[in-house]
Design a protein around this ligand. Structure first.
Ligand code: ZN
Length: 263
């Protein structure tokens, strides 16, 4: 259930993106600290800016997650940020504004203005999360917010009653604080079961995003929207080898073909 194929540049994905709406998943827009444990949740601001410029130059426009429920697509991308990192308001927001792009940030409602406690408990580097004033700036720039539970638990591993409270409680807390309906949800760690999916639907959300790799095609389950994790090129052995042999680093066309349905 973890994203294994990462978006780093448009070229290998151009054909796939014609068949629906890509939903790109970002976390922190900041250079990876040396001690960071989960590399894939960091993207340097300059690389994020390059990815946005490339999408814009190719004619993409941004839409919200609800657009995934419509048919068609093509040249529409959904930009999502998980966790509400303050680095997004600081470093991504100006880039998005430059291109006329909008995005959604999924917030952990008990931790606004705090830090990523669910990560630091496991030894990850602390990251400051947007406080209320920063979230209001984010909203004023035309962006959206969604709910990402109250405390970022693995919803499939806690008792059902607690999972329900994490899901519905985060919706209510954000609605009470900001005064409008919060319609979109994001599963922490991408972990979802049929029961958890139904809890999200019953809580009154309209969409939910996962970390299942893929793009949102016509007829997608609105509570199981696939995404592509976005970051820089991975420096694994295959990529190093490919760059040494003159090939393009990043994803092979086979990787991307694997995202097409077998039929
Ligand atoms: Zn998260």
């Amino acid at each position: 259930m973890k994203t294994t194929i990462y978006y780093a540049e448009l070229a290998p994905f151009r054909e796939l993106f014609r068949h629906g709406r890509p939903v790109l998943c970002y976390h922190k827009v900041v250079r990876k600290p040396l001690r960071a444990r989960v590399r894939s949740t960091f993207i340097p601001p300059r690389l994020f800016a390059a990815q946005m410029a490339e999408l814009r130059a190719d004619g993409f426009r941004t839409v919200g997650p609800d657009a995934c429920l419509e048919g068609g697509g093509g040249k529409e991308v959904v930009l999502t940020f998980d966790d509400g990192s303050a680095s997004v308001q600081r470093s991504a927001s100006p880039v998005l504004a430059r291109h006329g792009f909008t995005a959604i940030n999924y917030l952990v409602s008990d931790l606004l203005g705090g830090i990523n406690r669910w990560d630091t408990d496991l030894g990850e580097v602390p990251d400051r999360l947007m406080d209320e004033a920063e979230i209001r700036e984010w909203l004023a720039a035309g962006h959206q917010i969604g709910a990402h539970t109250r405390t970022h638990p693995v919803l499939t591993e806690i008792p059902a009653a607690r999972a329900r409270e994490e899901i519905a409680g985060s919706k209510k807390a954000l609605e009470d604080r900001f005064g409008f309906a919060v319609k979109h949800f994001c599963y922490p760690y991408g972990e979802v079961s049929p029961a958890v999916r139904d809890m999200v639907a019953e809580a009154g959300f309209e969409t939910a995003v996962t970390t299942v790799p893929g793009i949102a095609r016509a007829g997608v389950d609105p509570f199981l929207i696939p995404r592509l994790g976005a970051r820089g090129h991975s420096l694994n052995f295959r990529n190093v080898l490919r760059s040494l042999t003159g090939g393009r680093p990043g994803f092979s066309s086979e990787d991307v073909r694997g995202l097409h349905p077998a039929a």
